[in-house]
Design a protein around this ligand. Structure first.
Ligand SMILES: [Zn+2]
Ligand SMILES: [Zn+2]
Length: 353
């Protein structure tokens, strides 16, 4: 049984809680309350969906990046949302809506309600950012979102981080990017068979194009419309990209498609998934936008927080497993699944002193 360090967190001047959604379930991820240095009680929503206008609104919706499991699709419609310029651009392309919130230059500081929030690139997707600020007591909190590279991240008192590959007992949580594997897949089939890579539309597809171009592949690469727009927007020297208009019909030697579309292609086409997950039926090339479990553990050791909260992936047991792993390594840690402070729809949040 994990311990939830509510008392220790409160002593540091932070409260984390979750909220119910309209149907009585839990809204994704969590909320943080603290006092600013000017003594204002503030609430920041982290990677969650918008609350209906009739309900108490947080002072800010912080969006770490534009992946769907961080809910920018909903939060982007709030004037109180904050994300990097790149994340806003990616959300607009992905969801075909205009971003109504505020943006910052990734790596720079912005202010919300008198709180200076420092941001750090975590190299997970174009524009993915970590957020850092201090409360009235001078204690700091760092929210990483998904992390590929933690080299920029500062030390902090409270750390909110992810555990997408945080299960120390699962062998698929240990990996290194297999750039050579991607090179080999292209070189061994070029001129003989078409190759299709399954990859996430935002992040992985752009990374694949960058790697293919840097290895010297200059031919056209076929992609679906959104992935193509995102690649043109975020990859310098993306080269010739061709839109796949009819699924299953590809003309290029190399194509990048959503993972779910791979099964539409016949055995005459060589198929790979670009992932470190082991639950896809196709041969995989290990290429990840995340730290593996050793990388995550090293990140926590380097940041050396007093308390760590594992808040993502929402609804996954990996958050519990990584929190336990950190506890075994001598860190105070708990998972989002252990948070018992839940605010219902009907209740208004009343400031407490
Ligand atoms: Zn992500
Ligand atoms: Zn994620």
């Amino acid at each position: 049984m994990l311990i939830v360090y509510s008392k220790e967190l409160a002593e540091l001047g932070f409260v984390v809680f979750r909220r119910q959604n309209d149907t009585g379930g839990l809204k994704p991820h969590l909320f943080i309350r603290f006092k600013s240095k000017e003594g204002r009680l503030l609430t920041f929503a982290i990677d969650t969906t918008r609350l209906p206008a009739s309900q108490n609104q947080p002072d800010a919706y912080l969006i770490t990046h534009a992946h769907s499991d961080h809910y920018g699709k909903s939060a982007m419609l709030s004037v109180s949302s904050w994300c990097s310029e790149e994340t806003a651009r990616a959300l607009e392309i992905r969801h075909e809506k205009s971003y109504k919130g505020n943006t910052f230059e990734n790596g720079k500081t912005f202010s919300v309600c008198g709180v200076d929030i420092r941001t750090f690139d975590v190299y997970h997707t174009p524009g993915s950012s970590a957020f850092y600020w201090e409360n009235d007591l001078g204690n700091s909190i760092l929210i990483t979102g998904d992390v590929k590279d933690a080299r920029n991240l500062p030390k902090c008192d409270v750390l909110l981080t992810e555990a997408s590959y945080g299960d120390p007992a699962d062998l698929s949580c240990y990996f290194e990017d297999d750039i050579d594997g991607l090179h080999h897949a292209v070189l061994s089939h070029i001129g003989e068979r078409k190759v299709v890579f399954g990859a996430y539309e935002f992040g992985k597809s752009q990374k694949a194009v960058s790697i293919l171009r840097s290895m010297g592949y200059n031919g056209p690469i076929a992609m679906n419309g959104k992935a193509l727009s995102l690649t043109e927007s975020f990859v310098e020297n993306s080269g010739e990209l061709v839109e796949i208009k009819v699924c299953r019909t590809i003309s290029c030697n190399i194509s990048i498609v959503p993972i779910g579309d791979l099964s539409f292609f016949g055995s005459d086409i060589r198929k790979y998934v670009l992932t470190c997950r082991s639950d896809h039926p196709f041969e995989s090339i290990r290429l990840s936008d995340h730290l593996d479990v050793d990388g995550l553990t090293q990140m926590v050791k380097d940041i050396c927080p007093k308390i760590t909260i594992i808040y993502h992936p929402n609804k996954s047991s990996r958050t519990d497993r990584f929190a336990k792993h950190l506890e075994k390594n001598g860190f105070k840690a708990f998972s989002i699944n252990q948070i018992q402070d839940i605010i219902g729809n009907e209740k208004q949040i009343k400031p407490t002193e």
